[in-house]
Design a protein around this ligand. Structure first.
Ligand code: ZN
Length: 430
């Protein structure tokens, strides 16, 4: 099935996860991992609160049953049941009666986007609060309010999941997405849906590399993963953080800290030949979990693959990042683009020309035959010459594709034909 036809299925999966109130720990996170695990083999890890992980400590587990602010008439003027963004994520429990003036410091709005509910968290600062549309705030009358956050912060676990798909060689590809945001569709759910499809597709396709998909709460999750999986981290040859891959914006790829890792060059190459709007930007030390993977003590070749970039679009971290904001078509395009990146990683290698003195005569070996008058014939013939000329053991196929300005798959086809004709071999094979 063509990947773009999976767009509606990915959107439906996002819709099924959207109502769950997730956080960096707790039942919502476990429920989400459970639903991912229904589709792919997922190993679950549970790390106790209080455990030291690198320079951090696994926090108390947070769960919430209900939250509201009621006016004097007993009406819920702010209601967690209507939208889980209404509660500051990780709020301490509270039950109190207070005036509007007392309540006001605990209310968060976006005056410039007065119809939207903001997304706020207080993971590492014990406090409580509510988020609401600014237009709703201005309607609140003076008087006494009943405030309830029926939440619980208690020792528990931090949970994350891993799906490992073995290949024929030990080199690993890390695909990481955060699973800790509540009802936000593009920022976290789109990454989960696309990663899940990618994993399912790899399960039914022979592959050389080993793929490790990690579904983790942001920041503390990747820190915990790095603390507990240092051996796997050392085997990561290529990695991507997936986030915000469902909106209609053009692609944006943030390079790894290394800047010229194979993954960086592979994604750049695929985007360049995709015909789709895109931008490639250098690494910077904020954003998502690439911050942890690319910390200097690990410096893993992990980039961040996005469409609209976090913090730069008006729907970001608001109630407008909803099921209308993510599009089946965009999800399908993201999946298809990532599949092409996988194709590059799978086929990237360095070859050796076995007849390097002069150009070998291609016509007598049938290498110019059987191509018909296809539009890409000229490109293919050029690819044969490029591969022969550059395969001195120091240029990989991706290097050659870049130099020749030809799509990687044309270079691979030329390389395969030259191997078949006995003119080329893998530089690393005996
Ligand atoms: Zn976010």
């Amino acid at each position: 099935m063509a990947p773009e036809t999976r767009g509606p299925a990915m959107h439906a999966f996002i819709a099924s996860l959207y109502p769950i109130c997730r956080s960096i720990t707790g039942d919502g996170l476990r429920e989400t991992l459970g639903r991912i695990g229904k589709h792919i083999p997922l190993t679950l890890y549970h790390v106790q609160s209080g455990k030291s992980v690198l320079d951090w400590t696994v926090p108390l587990e947070w769960n919430i049953r209900d939250a509201y602010v009621k006016n004097a008439a007993g009406e819920r003027v702010i209601d967690f049941r209507a939208h889980n963004l209404h509660v500051v994520n990780y709020s301490l429990p509270v039950r109190a009666k207070m005036t509007l003036a007392e309540l006001r410091p605990h209310l968060y709005t976006l005056p410039d986007q007065p119809d939207l509910i903001p997304y706020r968290t207080s993971y590492y600062t014990p406090t409580w609060g509510f988020c609401l549309a600014h237009n709703e705030l201005v309607k609140l009358q003076e008087g006494e309010y009943e405030v309830c956050i029926d939440s619980m912060l208690a020792p528990g676990t931090l949970d994350y999941g891993e799906c490992v798909l073995d290949g024929t060689c030990p080199d690993e590809v890390l695909i990481s997405c955060h699973v800790c945001h509540p009802s936000l569709a593009d920022d976290n759910l789109s990454g989960i849906a696309v990663a899940l499809e990618l994993a399912q597709r790899l399960q039914s396709t022979p592959h050389r590399l080993k793929y490790r998909f990690v579904f983790i709460p942001g920041t503390i999750g990747s820190i915990t993963w790095l603390a507990y999986h240092q051996d796997a981290a050392q085997r990561v040859k290529h990695g991507l953080v997936l986030t915000c891959v469902g909106d209609a914006g053009g692609f944006r790829y943030k390079r790894s800290r290394r800047g010229n890792a194979t993954i960086d060059r592979a994604v750049e190459h695929v985007l360049k030949h995709s015909g789709l709007a895109h931008q490639v930007i250098d690494f910077f030390p904020y954003g998502y979990d690439e911050r942890q993977y690319c910390s200097p003590g690990f410096n893993l070749p992990v980039g961040c693959f996005m469409r609209s970039q976090h913090g730069t679009f008006p729907e970001y971290h608001t109630s407008a990042d909803n099921l209308d904001f993510v599009r089946p078509q965009a999800l399908g395009e993201s999946l298809e683009t990532l599949w092409r990146v996988v194709h590059v990683l799978e086929n990237e290698r360095t070859m050796l020309n076995l007849a390097p003195q002069g150009e070998p005569q291609l016509g007598k070996r049938g290498l110019y035959e059987g191509l018909g008058a296809s539009a890409d014939r000229r490109g293919y013939e050029l690819a044969l010459l490029w591969v022969l000329n550059q395969s001195d053991g120091t240029h990989s196929l991706l290097d050659i594709a870049g130099q020749a300005e030809l799509p990687f798959d044309v270079i691979v086809r030329a390389s395969d034909a030259l191997v078949w004709a006995g003119l080329l071999k893998d530089a690393n094979s005996p």
